[in-house]
Design a protein around this ligand. Structure first.
Ligand code: GLV
Ligand code: MN
Ligand code: MN
Length: 424
């Protein structure tokens, strides 16, 4: 068979998505089926065990590294060639879907199984990886496993990170779930190339009726944790003029960054977004002016200069509010990654392959963070996007229809084949 005609088995891939989606399953009132598989929890262990079992079933040589990244390798015909790596993540946010990350990993397994089924050898090995803690929902920064994999953070520092929810140490949780592996991290050698299939997680492809996104890069990410400290006081007796209210300041920061995003939205080609995703009052009681508030601010832009401008406006807003309300505001950076551009030849390959397979395709940047942005530091990298129904993600209603999943996996297969056969 001409390998250019190879296609994945969409039903087999869908069955694996369904099976992994049962691990940490969350059910919504309207039949939604999502996932709660925060990094290094028992649910994450269960999901990892399932995927590692599939890797063994497929005859892959499986390694687990010191930060818990798992790589399964199918040998190539050239013993000295570096692998073409297909990867993503299987951790989810607490209210996540079944596709975010999981699709990229399971499509990788599907590519390997398709090659094996048809007896197709490749010059380069083809490897499938899932990286630890891509979401950054429990341990910050996000993309932590792939960041360590490429040498962007020392493994000792990563193991010492504390969980945002229960304060657990990452290294202890990794050992507890049995995924503190023996393979050194960072990886000894860079892959030949890296390709990641992912759902878009936004509305663009669906709105335009386009099936494949050839991803050009990932926007910059800036995460800050604020601890605002004022004075706890009686809600009934304390006159407004005497209040030092961190709850008020938190609200003003949230509305302030919304205004910032709205105003900056039209500058350049970067579209500024801004989010307060976590906000905890202490003591969190109806009749007490809070003593303190801990909150997070997520700022993103495809343009680094504009992202810096947003950060400066945000910092000035905090300083002004601290002065006016007589509170203190401590700022701690949780994550900061500059925008990343993918390899032009790899982007072109995704685009031309999608066209050859008869799919509509457009180039687009990614709004979400991805392991691919870390791998892009060490090897030619690209991503394939498929549409997200109603543009929804980080939501249990996240959905991508089976035909789009198969289309994306076929593009992934054909891109990987071309690169792994040494032809691109
Ligand atoms: C990861 O999903 C992120 O972009 O926050
Ligand atoms: Mn993801
Ligand atoms: Mn995500």
């Amino acid at each position: 068979m001409n390998t250019a005609d190879l296609r994945v088995d969409g039903a087999r891939l869908w069955a694996r998505i369904e099976a992994l989606g049962e691990v940490g399953a969350v059910h919504g009132p309207n039949g939604e089926r999502g996932c709660a598989r925060l990094a290094l929890t028992d649910e994450d262990r269960e999901g990892r065990d399932l995927v590692v079992g599939w890797m063994h079933d497929l005859g892959l040589a499986v390694t687990i590294d010191a930060i818990g990244n798992v790589v399964g390798v199918r040998a190539g015909t050239d013993p000295d060639a570096a692998p073409v790596l297909i990867g993503s993540h299987i951790d989810t946010v607490r209210t996540g879907g079944r596709f975010d990350g999981n699709l990229g990993v399971l499509a990788g397994l599907e590519v390997v199984e398709t090659l094996a089924q048809h007896g197709v050898d490749t010059v380069h090995p083809v490897a499938v990886a899932f990286f630890t803690d891509e979401e950054g929902a429990r341990f910050q920064p996000d993309m932590l496993g792939s960041l360590v994999y490429v040498g962007g953070m020392a493994v000792e520092d990563a193991l010492d990170v504390r969980a945002a929810d229960d304060g657990a140490r990452l290294g202890d949780e990794l050992a507890r779930i049995g995924y503190a592996g023996p393979t050194p991290c960072p990886a000894a050698a860079a892959p030949h190339a890296y390709v990641e299939l992912h759902i878009e997680q936004g509305p663009v492809l669906e709105d335009e009726g386009v099936v494949i996104g050839a991803v050009t890069g990932v926007q910059g990410i800036s995460w800050t944790e604020l601890t605002i400290t004022g004075q706890s006081a009686h809600a009934g007796t304390t006159p407004m003029r005497l209040r030092r209210d961190p709850g008020f300041v938190a609200a003003a920061i949230n509305t302030g960054i919304r205004a910032l995003a709205t105003e900056m939205g039209s500058l350049g080609d970067g579209s500024q977004v801004a989010t307060v995703g976590r906000c905890e009052f202490s003591p969190n009681l109806v009749n007490v002016v809070p003593a303190s508030v801990t909150m997070t601010v997520d700022l993103r832009n495809t343009d680094e200069a504009l992202l810096q401008q947003a950060e400066a406006v945000f910092a000035a807003l905090c300083d002004q509010l601290a002065r006016e309300e007589q509170v203190t505001i401590e700022r701690r950076t949780l994550a900061r990654f500059e925008p990343v551009e993918f390899d032009p030849r790899m982007i072109q390959l995704v685009e031309s392959t999608a066209r050859r397979l008869g799919h509509s395709v457009r180039r687009m940047p990614s709004g979400a963070g991805h392991d691919a942005q870390m791998l892009a530091r060490v090897c030619p990298t690209s991503m394939v996007f498929v549409p997200s129904a109603n543009g929804l993600s980080h939501n249990i209603a996240e959905y991508t229809e089976p035909a789009h999943i198969s289309a994306g996996a076929d593009v992934l297969l054909q891109v990987v084949l071309q690169v792994a056969q040494g032809g691109a």
